[in-house]
Each structure stands twice: as C-alpha cells, then as structure tokens.
Design a protein around this ligand. Structure first.
Ligand code: GLA
Length: 727
C-alpha cells in the first residue's frame, strides 16, 4: 500500500519509490507535515511544531489555539488569519471574502479518476496507483472541497486537483482556486523556471528564493512563450545528478499562475493553478468546480531524475493515441519551403522529390484555404483555394499516395480573419466586448470557444476535411493571445469565467476530433512554442517547439524545454541554411544532429537541394527511421548546458540501455582550448558498445568514466555518436 491512513495519529502517508508526502489532521485542520526523502511508516507527530507567534496574526482560541499564519496548511484559505498566499478564496452571498475549511472525511481508491472536461494524467492496467480523496468543509457557508491526490508509486509522481462544491442554498463566487499548495518549513531553495518570447522560448532562469513572492504566470489566454506553467524548487547545490529537487507542473493551456513565497520564519509556500487575476467562477447551489490538475514530483538525485519522471509520465500517461510509443513519420513541412507561394504543381514536384529522399509525409502549411496569399485574410474559411489547388486536397493526395507519401495539413481553427466569409457571416463569434474596438494580432481575432455553437461549427468544418481520409497529420496553430475578453451571452457576474470556459470548449472540441479521427497525428503549435504545455499534450503528442528553426538556437530552446517535457513532444526539423530566422550558415550534419533528438522532419524546399544534400536527407531520414522508436522511448541526459557554455551535449539511452545516441555541438569557435571529452550517463557499465560510424569499441565504464573525445574547434560543428551494445 502506497497510500496509508494511520488512524492512531490521524496521519496520511503517501510513499512513492523515492519520496514520502505526509499530512495530519489536528484540531480539525488538515496540516502539511512533510514532503521529501522517503521515510518509514510510523507516527510522525513530532514533525508538527509551532513558533507560537506570528506577527500580530490572531490565535484560533476556539479551534485548538493555532495561529494559522504560523503552521503548514495543506489547502490554505483566505479570511481566518493565514496571511500567506491562499489556495482558495470564496466570495460569499453577503459579499464577504472568507472560507475556513475543516477536515471531514477521506477515501482511498485503487484507480486514478479522470477530470471531467479537462486534460489529465491517466493510469493503465497494472500501474501501481492509488488515489486519496480528502473532504474538507466550511460548516458555516456549507462549501466543501475535495482534495485529490493520486500517487504513481513507481514513477514518483503525485497528481493533485481540487473539487469545490457548493452545498448551500445560495450562489457563491470562487475568486481563486489553486490546483495544489505545498508549505515547506524552510526557504532554502533555488527557483528554476522558463522565460522567453516568440522564437526564443524556454530559456532557463535559476535564482534563490527570497522573502516575498516569486511569480511565474500568464494572463494572455494561453500558457505562452513568455513563461511556462511549471516551477522547480531545487536545493541550492542541486545539479543535474545530485541534490533534492521538487517539481510542480500544471496540466493546462490557458492563463496560469505558479507562485512561491518566502515567508516570515523563513518558510516557503508554493501554489500553482488558474490565474486568479482574471479567473472567477459563479457556483450555484449543488454545483461543483474542478480545478485543472497539477503534477508534482520529487527527485533526491538532481534535475535529471526530475526531468525523467516528467518525461515518463507525460509521454506514457498523458499523451495518447497510436503514435504515443512509436517514432513519428519523417515529414517535410511546406512553410519554410514555400511560405504562401505554392500551387498544385509546386506541391506535386516537392512530393515527387520527397519520395526519392526518404520523406514519409508532406505537410501543406498555411495558405491552402480561402484566398490566403498572405496572413491578412481567410482564417475561418476552411475551404480549399481552387486557384492554388484546382483538384482540391485530393489532387495532392492522389499524387502522393502512389509515391507512398502521406499528407498533412495546417489549420488555425481557433482564429478568424476579419476579412473572411466566416467573420462576415458571424461577426459576433469572435472574442470581443460590444462597443469596444477589436484589437487584431497578425490581422486576426480569436473565435470565442466559450460559445458552444462556435465549437460545433469548428468541429463540422474540420471534420468535413478530415473525414475524406486524405489527411494523416494535422498541425493545429494558434497565433495570437487574448484581448477584450468577454462573452455577451453570459451575465455580468460570469464574465471572469470566459477564458476558462474557452479552454473547456477547446478541450471538448479537441477531444471530439482525436476520438473521431484516431489515426491522425495531431501536432500543436502556437507561433512555435506559445502553448507548449501539458494540457495540449493530452490531445496532441507533439508540439512545434519554436518558430526558430536554427539548429544552434534550438539547442538552447530544446534544453530548456527538456526540463519538463519529453523529447518526443518536441517537433524538430532540419531547416535550410542559411537559416531563415538568423541567417546562420550551419553544416547539414549539425542541423540533423540537433533535430534527431525530437520528433523529426525537414523544413526546406527539397527541389532546391544539391544532389549531395538530397543524399544527406536520404541518409539522415534513414537514421531516424532506424533509431526513432528508441529515441521516443529513451531516457534523455543533458550532458552540457548551452545556456552556460559555448557547447551543448546530450545523450539518449534506449529503454534496454542497448543503444545510446549522443550529440555534441560547438556554439562558438574554440581555438586552442583544453581537450574536451563528453562523459555519457545511463549506460550499462560492464557492457561493450560499438560506435556505429567509426566501428570502435568502448566499454560502458569507459564511456561513462573517461567519456569520448570531442576534438572540435570551429563553431557550429558537431559530433554524433551512436553506441550499440555488442551482443
Ligand atoms: C505559425 C507557425 C509556423 C507557420 C505559420 C503559418 O507562425 O508557428 O510554423 O505554420 O504560423 O502562418
């Protein structure tokens, strides 16, 4: 049993492979006792102790004498004396802002419940999984909260969410409802997070936690390029392979907040959930509200183990569908090959060329619908542009099929161009506030998916094309963030619900599509990585990592993304050189080595390649086909950090440890410096490995101990090694 209720001391003990998470009921309150290295099952009451004071915060004389501001609470509320960041704030029918939750009951089940309407981690038959559900209640307002904790024992994952229920006879408003809160009794942590912007996503920031709040958030109506919905707390000396590290990830694609505060007595409180700067929810009598899911993990052995825990759970218990555990088709995307400038003849030429160079799927990106010759029109009109494709999608499909190439297509379903038939017919279907200007981003507005009829329209217009059977892959884009948020069909007191309702609408639309078209591979995109989050991964197992397709830039982006997200989720393409975003000229093999770590493809015009380059595409596509399954299911090790050094190195080790694919790239010229060698991790030490390209043999001890020389001096040059165990 991994989830235990110890009745004698009223303690809940959750034991995974590496950690213990402890709670205790004391004088009616649910206290947080401990989260950290695994400990044995016994009475842990001594872990609760009080300072006995907290600057001017009152003592609850009538409920055990706690000073709420001084003690670790499991799901802290606002209004009765805990002055720290709350997990829950409720506006009562009388307008007051108070809720005081007391323990009521618990239940332990051997399954992982799903979250109605929301993406979430799931369990499969045979998983060692248990769920603890603790019910808390404010008896005065009759609001209850059910806290869900599902422990995936073997992968060190704890998922959490809360269900808030109004059992009273009057409506209340939820002002803030976090998915998880954890109180730590010290603040001796570094906080690690992602920051960035379009084409420069997911850089890494690491800074010591100070007194006061550290907030990562998005209020953009998307998880965003700027921050990402996760937060890592690391002991100050923790590195890739040592030290205690805690992770919090939100399974959500809209506005979010992740906060840690250093408090008086040098304690820390972490919360993660919906962004309460814009969120609110009216809860009528009898209704419940479900928060998104937070996925927590703990590693006693540094960042690598934390990332591996997330990679495993997201890859195998969040992503779904037939492509979950297998390599993805080698694709060629038309965007950087043609932009809007294609027609049937050009696509057919590209398709014919693809067949000769090992490509398995051709994606027609933006520009195939409406009259879209540039980005200022036609979004919403998902009807083939017969000027460009006189024989429709089928014309291309029929050309590719005998060549053995599948067809993919780009949509930006959530958007509408003011210059579109859809907008002319339904000007009120976009997100807007009546009598206010509608701000355009990239000449487009966002369809209001909080309106069910809009979701129904989108389902019908996409299904119309998908049901032809011609499409094997969909790239689902989202190229602006939200402004003037409102829904005139909702009453004033429900306007703060709109962005969350939008995501409930989007999630139900995507659920219908992935259910009805299970053979289609869906890839999420938002100007590259503007919605690279666990919410989207539930529906689409891969994401276009960034609109920056430069291999050298991608090193940093992929490294930052790998903190939490699996490599198989990162769509990575070999693009043309010089690169279209940076003008960098980079050798083909470097571009290949960098793209090989993700879900692989090409982003270039194959008809303009030299014979040598075509041969290189054929050769490299073959390598991905051969090793792709092992890459998808492999363990990723970050060996050198391109955010801190003038190089990057990594290795991916297959599940059986029989194959290791390692890459090294120099990002800046390095003349006459010291000898470089790259030490592998995760291999079988006593096995012998043969390196594929050189034929040389090395023991696992040698590769992990001494490593392998990396004698490069010129920038953007790279080395790729494939070590296979000698049988
Ligand atoms: C976004 C995507 C690109 C491309 C363009 C098309 O920017 O990230 O890959 O699809 O839209 O307009």
């Amino acid at each position: 049993m991994s989830v235990i209720y110890n009745k004698d001391c009223a303690q809940f003990q959750l034991n995974s492979r590496s950690f213990t998470y402890l709670m205790q009921v004391k004088d009616g309150y649910l206290l947080h006792l401990y989260w950290g290295e695994k400990i044995d099952n016994r009475d842990h009451s001594y872990m609760f102790w009080e300072q006995g004071r907290a600057a001017f915060s009152p003592r609850q004389e009538n409920c055990g004498g706690f000073i709420l501001d001084d003690i670790p609470l499991e799901y802290p509320c606002w209004g009765r004396g805990d002055m720290r960041t709350p997990a829950l704030e409720i506006i009562n029918p009388d307008g007051t802002n108070i809720i005081d939750l007391h323990y009521e009951s618990y239940e332990i089940i051997d399954t992982k419940p799903s979250l109605e309407g929301l993406p979430a981690v799931y369990a499969e038959q045979g998983d060692k999984v248990q769920t603890l559900i603790i019910t808390l209640r404010d008896k005065i307002s009759d609001i209850s909260v059910m806290l869900y904790y599902t422990l995936f024992e073997e992968t060190d994952i704890l998922t959490r969410h809360a269900v808030i229920k109004n059992d009273s006879k009057q409506s209340v408003f939820i002002n803030r409802a976090m998915s998880a809160a954890v109180d730590f009794d010290h603040k001796n942590f570094d906080i690690i997070s992602n920051f960035g912007t379009h084409v420069r996503e997911r850089n890494i920031e690491r800074a010591p936690l100070k007194y006061g709040k550290y907030t990562m958030s998005s209020r953009r109506g998307a998880s965003s390029h700027v921050h990402n919905p996760f937060l890592i707390m690391a002991s100050p000396t923790a590195d890739e392979v040592s030290g205690e590290v805690y992770g919090f990830v939100l399974v959500y694609s809209g506005s979010f907040t992740a906060e840690v505060a250093g408090n008086q007595f040098s304690s820390a409180r972490t919360v993660i959930g919906l962004n309460s700067e814009e969120f609110g929810w009216k809860l009528n009598p009898g209704e419940s509200f479900i928060t998104p899911e937070a996925v927590l993990t703990y590693s006693p052995a540094g960042l690598e183990r934390l990332s591996d825990n997330y990679h495993k759970i997201f890859r195998t218990r969040l992503c779904r569908g037939k492509y979950r555990d297998i390599r993805r088709p080698v694709l060629l995307n038309s965007w950087e090959a043609c932009y809007f400038g294609f027609d049937e003849e050009r696509l057919k030429k590209i398709g014919t060329c693809c067949a000769d160079i090992g490509i398995e799927l051709l994606v027609i990106d933006d520009g195939w619908f409406g009259v879209r010759d540039t980005d200022n029109c036609s979004l919403g009109d998902w009807v083939v542009d017969k000027r460009k494709l006189p024989n429709g999608i089928e014309g291309i499909y029929n050309h590719l099929k005998p060549l053995g190439i599948d067809l993919g297509i780009w949509f930006e379903p959530e958007m509408v161009s003011p210059n579109s038939d859809l907008y002319r017919a339904h000007p009120d279907w976009c997100i807007h506030i009546p009598n206010r200007p509608r701000s355009e981003g990239r000449y487009q507005l966002i369809l209001n998916l909080s309106k069910p009829e809009v979701c129904d329209y989108l389902y019908a217009s996409l299904a119309e094309i998908l049901k032809t059977g011609a499409i094997a892959y969909v790239k689902w884009d989202f190229n602006r963030n939200m402004t003037e948020v409102g829904n005139e069909l909702l009453p004033p007191d429900r306007q703060r619900e709109v962005t969350h309702r939008y995501y409930l609408g989007l999630y139900s639309l995507m659920e219908r599509l992935v259910t009805d078209f299970p053979d289609i591979l869906f890839e999420s995109c938002s100007g590259g990585g503007g919605r690279f989050d666990a919410g989207m991964l539930y529906y689409m197992p891969q994401v276009w990592t960034s609109d920056n397709s430069d291999a050298i830039e991608r090193l940093r982006i992929q490294y930052g993304t790998s903190l939490v997200y699996p490599m198989s989720a990162m769509s990575a393409h070999v693009s043309a050189s010089p690169n279209h975003q940076t003008d960098h000229t980079t050798p083909f093999d470097t571009r290949f080595t960098v793209a090989l770590t993700g879900s692989f493809g090409y982003e270039l015009d194959p008809t303009s390649l030299s014979e040598d380059e075509k041969a290189a595409v054929l050769r490299t596509a073959g390598i991905y086909k051969e090793y792709g399954d092992r890459i998808v299911n492999g363990t990723y090790h970050r060996l050198r950090n391109p955010h801190e050094e003038n190089c990057a190195a990594w290795c991916i080790v297959s599940e059986d440890k029989g194959t290791c694919i390692a890459g090294y790239v120099l990002t800046h010229v390095r003349l006459y410096e010291n000898n470089e060698r790259i030490r592998m991790r995760g291999l079988k030490k006593d096995a012998v490995y043969v390196e594929k390209f050189s034929g040389r043999e090395y023991s696992g001890y040698q590769l992990c101990g001494y490593g392998i020389p990396a004698p490069l001096t010129l920038e953007y040059r790279s080395l790729l090694w494939i070590f296979e165990e000698k049988k």
